[in-house]
Design a protein around this ligand. Sequence first.
Ligand code: C5P
Length: 289
Amino acid sequence: MRRLSGCKVNLLLNILGRREDGFHELESVMFPVPITEHLEIEAAPGAGIQLSCSHPELPVDAGNLVYRAASSFYERTGVPAGVRIHLEKRLPLAAGLGGGSANAAVTLAALNEIHGNPLTAVQLAQLGAGLGSDVPFFLQDGPALVSGRGEWVEPLAPLAGLRGMGMVLVHPGFGVSTPWAYQALSAFPEARNGRRGRAREWLSQLTGGDVEGACRALYNSLEAPVLAKYPLLQLFQEFFRAEGAWGALMSGSGSTTFALARDVGTAERMAARFQEKFGTGNWVAVTGL
Ligand code: C5P
């Protein structure tokens, strides 16, 4: 079977503090973005787990989240391993878009289906949370208010205020390590210890009809360390704002920047001007919301 695998941006990522287990408590408005890649997944009885990938830099063993998702599924269920998976990678790596987490979620859901649904949705989400903080989000559709270290997922109604808008996403060709970004927060105590409730307040602003205000109030605690280390990402945001974006922000731990524009045509013009100014070496995508 062929399965599409998408990605996300964090419209708001508010970190509340470091926890005893080393992870960080957070609240985030996560928004699915319809830019996809795909996986081919076929049952192969007796074959173990066989993974191939179009991207030369991605490992095809336990270093790949897809492989780990499959092995944790077989381990948890006791079903004899037998699957052939090909990952056709299109999204940038270490980008803050959750592409790898989405791949893992797609793998878990597909294996569960292939093997006759041995796991419930809750069990799948628990298995997913063990693989990565963003995996439970990708086991459901639609935007969500996410909390804990990412494992509490409260599905939200479609964010109607954003409908009809355009989004530009740009990736500079280098990635940012998520563990590094969280560790580096220790030098930015204000960013590390955000005020709880900000995510719900932001959602109220948006659902209350103040779309431009909500776009100006996009927020990501991880920008403090990441933009300090990579000022180019700050420049990208300033560029989009000067071009008329209602808001621009880094997604997740970076390095992707996204900008919101009043409509897709405006987003496409911004993307073209971005390439004129910063060259065609960056990954650039435009989508309607
Ligand atoms: O769970 P995930 O693989 O996305 O996390 C990567 C790293 O990011 C973790 O090992 C941890 O260092 C950091 N992290 C964190 N708090 C979170 C999510 C991630 O400290 N809520």
